[in-house]
Design a protein around this ligand. Structure first.
Ligand SMILES: *[C@@H]1O[C@H](CO)[C@@H](O)[C@H](O)[C@H]1NC(C)=O
Ligand SMILES: *[C@@H]1O[C@H](CO)[C@@H](O)[C@H](O)[C@H]1NC(C)=O
Ligand SMILES: *[C@@H]1O[C@H](CO)[C@@H](O)[C@H](O)[C@H]1NC(C)=O
Ligand SMILES: *[C@@H]1O[C@H](CO)[C@@H](O)[C@H](O)[C@H]1NC(C)=O
Ligand SMILES: *[C@@H]1O[C@H](CO)[C@@H](O)[C@H](O)[C@H]1NC(C)=O
Ligand SMILES: *[C@@H]1O[C@H](CO)[C@@H](O)[C@H](O)[C@H]1NC(C)=O
Ligand SMILES: *[C@@H]1O[C@H](CO)[C@@H](O)[C@H](O)[C@H]1NC(C)=O
Length: 766
């Protein structure tokens, strides 16, 4: 900055300084020709900005003169001059900007590019009475900021694989200008493309990752500016579609889904512009669009699904196919069964159907058993199994969320088989039955004959064998054998066919007449169970439920009850008969119906008239022992001789304690005879002697005379006389005999058995 001192005229010449400057220094060289710039300090300014150019370091020069030589020129021209008091700026200096002086410094504002060049400040100082000139050389560089860059794409929509160049353009800017590129994928962050500092960004080949916004920024010593984004729309695709499914299930061939499930098939093929999708099932179009929803899957939805993707811009197509299988479980649930095999058990679990077939697995008390699809059998040795062993078959199927089970509990029936026989109607066949109910598996039963040979095949729970009725069956033995895997040894039940055997309670039964007779009969044996019946005295079968007979079965017994036993109808021999298909047997019972003992004989002790023969008083006495239940007084209106009136009851129901009675209602004009009988249940005793009432003392004749008023006096008197005579001479008068009881009754029996009939006819011997 420090120049040489050079004498330069006078102060007055100040305004002519450029001329003076032409001869600076002692050398006399016009050093403006270019010697200075190498050494001159360089100052940078920015276009439009300001710079201050200082003129040396010494204070307060007397005169300052600024000149300027444009870059590339040799000719300096004056810019400004000042003497401290006043200053002058050349008008042409406006090409440099807005120029002013600030003391000795030149200030340039709104700097123009034209200010590039060399500035020279010549200052005149007074020191020590001498004038000195100092020269200050400055080189000014005016820098230009970069303008806003613009990006230009050689092809804004290149197809993937082609090449593309992006150019970043700046209108101006002081070199060196450097460039930077940024890329922002859609929805991605803005990222710098490292290593690219060029104006040109070459993409070769273009791929889809290049799609997005491109921004270029330029910068130089002054500034940095970024362009607006330019969008690069890379056209590509479609790629091969990718098919996904929800919910996801893989098979060897493709996908599977469960019946009735909602299945969502999605297709995605990367493409720009985005793909158009078409779905085909077994080559028939079923849907357009990326997502095909099967709301409820069924067998019919099984098939080959193809997704076609198309890029409409490029008219390119791709496709992918996938096999979809709709799985469905077998119907219902697995079924467990146990089949008895010889000495073992076959546990069978089946669950047919379904797609794919269900997986079945046995599990038992001792662990897991075999597994198979649809149908699995487990052979078990039964011997060690305890009662109530549980076996479970688990069925699993991909279409079912949880496994389905079936269970089987092996159990042993209680007790042992029971045997019995029955005969068919008509006794043509004998049926052997054997039962052992329950059990899992059910017990097997079979009939064996006496030689342990099986009769027919075995059957479960109930075994029946029919035998034709034959003579030689009695005594034969049959065995029913039960088999069950959990029971060792085999339980048996035996029976032997036999003809009936029976017994009667007593072989002879006696009852009094009118009483109830019970005949008892008990079955002692017989196979098949015999039928019991009673035969009456006439060998007719007793029908139950009549009023006189009643059959009362009681276990193996059959009672016959006879109500109100009657000697004539019920006495005799009864037979109890037992019969089965093998024969019959019978026992006899003799039923005797005894008459009651005769009531005691009665004699009339007194019989007298009362109340003018309208009433009699009768008294009697009982002779000898005998049970009685009452008395009966009879009267008869008559005269002795043929055609006498019949006996009629004058008083019945007389208590057994009574020994007398008054009887009214008599006709005084009629002559009555009386007799008394004792009664005993069903039997009447012998009648007493017949008596005619006697008049009480002093009263007989007025009564007779009273009767004469009726006009029948003569006859009445005659009969009266006869009776009076007869009463006084009974030995000469015909006697009244008791009637014979029955015409042919046994006299011996009659002495013990009283007459049955109450109506007794009395005959008089002439
Ligand atoms: C200009 O000069 C005057 C007088 O010498 C001085 O007072 C002033 O500070 C100077 N200005 C600058 C900016 O140096
Ligand atoms: C795309 O090109 C870039 C380089 O420009 C490369 O790094 C990238 O792997 C390419 N991508 C594909 C998918 O080809
Ligand atoms: C189960 O399998 C057996 C042979 O293993 C076969 O005999 C039987 O028929 C099958 N049952 C079913 C229901 O498929
Ligand atoms: C075996 O168990 C079952 C119950 O599970 C029972 O009913 C049956 O009586 C038992 N059998 C024997 C022989 O105890
Ligand atoms: C008893 O058996 C014999 C032959 O055995 C037969 O004649 C008779 O009628 C049978 N009696 C009854 C009551 O069935
Ligand atoms: C009762 O009278 C009848 C005839 O009148 C006679 O045969 C019978 O012996 C008498 N009985 C007694 C116990 O006196
Ligand atoms: C009278 O009947 C009773 C029971 O009814 C009997 O005990 C008694 O022996 C009978 N007397 C005569 C004499 O028959």
């Amino acid at each position: 900055m420090v120049g040489e001192r050079a004498p330069c005229g006078q102060l007055r010449l100040l305004l002519l300084a450029p001329l003076c400057l032409l001869h600076p220094g002692a050398s006399g060289h016009p050093y403006l020709t270019g010697r200075a710039p190498e050494e001159a300090p360089s100052i940078q300014g920015v276009r439009g900005g300001s710079v201050e150019l200082a003129c040396g370091s010494q204070p307060a020069p007397l005169v300052v003169f600024w000149s300027f030589t444009p870059l590339g020129s040799l000719i300096p021209w004056p810019v400004a001059v000042t003497n401290g008091a006043e200053s002058k700026v050349e008008a042409e200096a406006s090409a440099l900007g807005v120029v002013s002086l600030w003391n000795s410094s030149l200030v340039l504002r709104e700097l123009q590019e034209g200010a590039r060049g060399h500035f020279l400040c010549q200052a005149l100082h007074a020191a020590g009475g001498q004038l000195h000139t100092t020269y200050t050389h400055l080189t000014l560089a005016v820098l230009v900021p970069v303008s806003k860059p613009q990006v230009w794409l050689s092809d804004p929509s290149p197809v993937e694989g082609t090449s593309m160049v992006a150019t970043c353009a700046v209108r101006e800017g002081t070199e060196p200008v450097t460039f930077a590129w940024q890329h922002q994928a859609p929805r991605g962050p803005r990222e710098a493309l490292l290593g690219v500092t060029n104006r040109l960004l070459q993409l070769d080949p273009v791929n889809r990752t290049h799609l997005g916004w491109y921004v270029c920024s330029a910068h130089n010593a002054v500034n940095q500016l970024s362009s607006d984004g330019a969008f690069l729309d890379v056209i590509y695709g479609p790629d091969n579609p990718v098919i996904t499914m929800e919910p996801l299930g893989f098979t060897e061939e493709g996908f599977w889904a469960s019946e009735r499930e909602e299945v969502i098939l999605s297709c995605l093929a990367a493409s720009n512009p985005p793909s158009h999708y078409v779905w085909l099932r077994d080559h028939i179009q079923v849907h357009t669009g990326p997502t095909y929803i099967i709301t409820s899957a069924s067998h019919a939805h099984t098939g080959l699904y193809t997704c076609l993707a198309r890029n409409s811009h490029l008219d390119t197509r791709t496709q992918t196919s996938v096999q979809l299988t709709i799985y469905y479980p077998p119907k219902g649930q697995p079924s467990c069964a146990v089949l008895p095999t010889f000495g073992a058990l076959a546990l069978v679990c089946t669950w047919p159907g379904g797609l794919p077939a269900a997986q079945l697995q046995w599990e038992g008390p001792q662990g897991t058993g075999p597994a198979a699809l649809s149908n699995v059998t487990w052979n078990q040795a039964a011997a060690q199994l305890p009662n109530s062993s549980v076996f479970t078959c688990t069925g699993q199927h991909p279409a079912l969320a949880r496994p389905t089970l079936c269970r089987i509990t092996l159990w042993e029936p209680l007790r042992s088989p029971t045997c019995w026989t029955t005969a068919t109607v008509g006794d043509q066949f004998i049926m052997l039955s054997c039962e052992w109910p329950g059990g899992e598996p059910p017990a097997m039963l079979s009939w064996l004959d006496g030689q342990k040979q099986p009769l027919g095949s075995s059957s479960s729970s109930l075994a029946v064998h029919l035998l034709q009725t034959q003579g030689d069956l009695a005594g034969r033995q049959f065995t029913c054998r039960g088999t069950h895997p959990l029971r060792v040894p085999d339980p048996l039940c035996r029976l032997q066919l036999e003809a009936p055997q029976l017994a009667v309670a007593t072989p002879q039964v006696s009852v009094l007449e009118g009483e109830e007779a019970w005949l008892g009969c008990a079955l002692l044996g017989g196979t098949p169970p015999p039928q019991l019946l009673w035969l009456g005295p006439q060998r007719q079968q007793v029908e139950p439920g009549t009023s006189e007979f009643m059959l009362l079965p009681e276990g193996a017994q059959l009672h016959l009850r006879i109500r109100e036993a009657n000697p004539a109808r019920h006495r005799g021999i009864y037979q109890c008969v037992a019969q089965n298909a093998l024969g019959n047997s019978s026992r006899s019972v003799l039923l005797e119906v005894l008459r009651y003992p005769a009531p005691p004989n009665v004699t009339i002790s007194r019989l007298t008239y009362r109340r003018q023969r309208r009433e009699v008083q009768v008294q009697w006495a009982v002779q000898g022992p005998g049970n009685l239940t009452g008395f009966l007084v009879q009267r008869r209106a008559s005269v002795p001789g043929p055609g006498a009136g019949a006996w009629e009851t004058a008083a019945g129901d007389i208590e057994p304690e009574s020994r007398g009675r008054r009887l009214g209602g008599l006709d005084p004009g009629v002559l009555y005879a009386f007799r008394v009988l004792a009664l005993n249940h069903h039997t009447a005793g012998h009648p007493s002697e017949v008596k005619i009432p006697a008049d009480p003392p002093f009263s007989a004749y007025p009564a007779v005379l009273g009767a004469a008023g009726t006009g029948m006096v003569v006859a009445t008197v005659a009969s009266l006389l006869v009776f009076q005579y007869a009463a006084r001479h009974p030995e000469t008068f015909p006697r009244i005999e008791p009637p014979p009881i029955t015409p042919d009754s046994d006299p011996a029996q009659e002495s013990t058995e009283a007459p049955v009939n109450v109506t007794i006819t009395v005959t008089t011997t002439p």
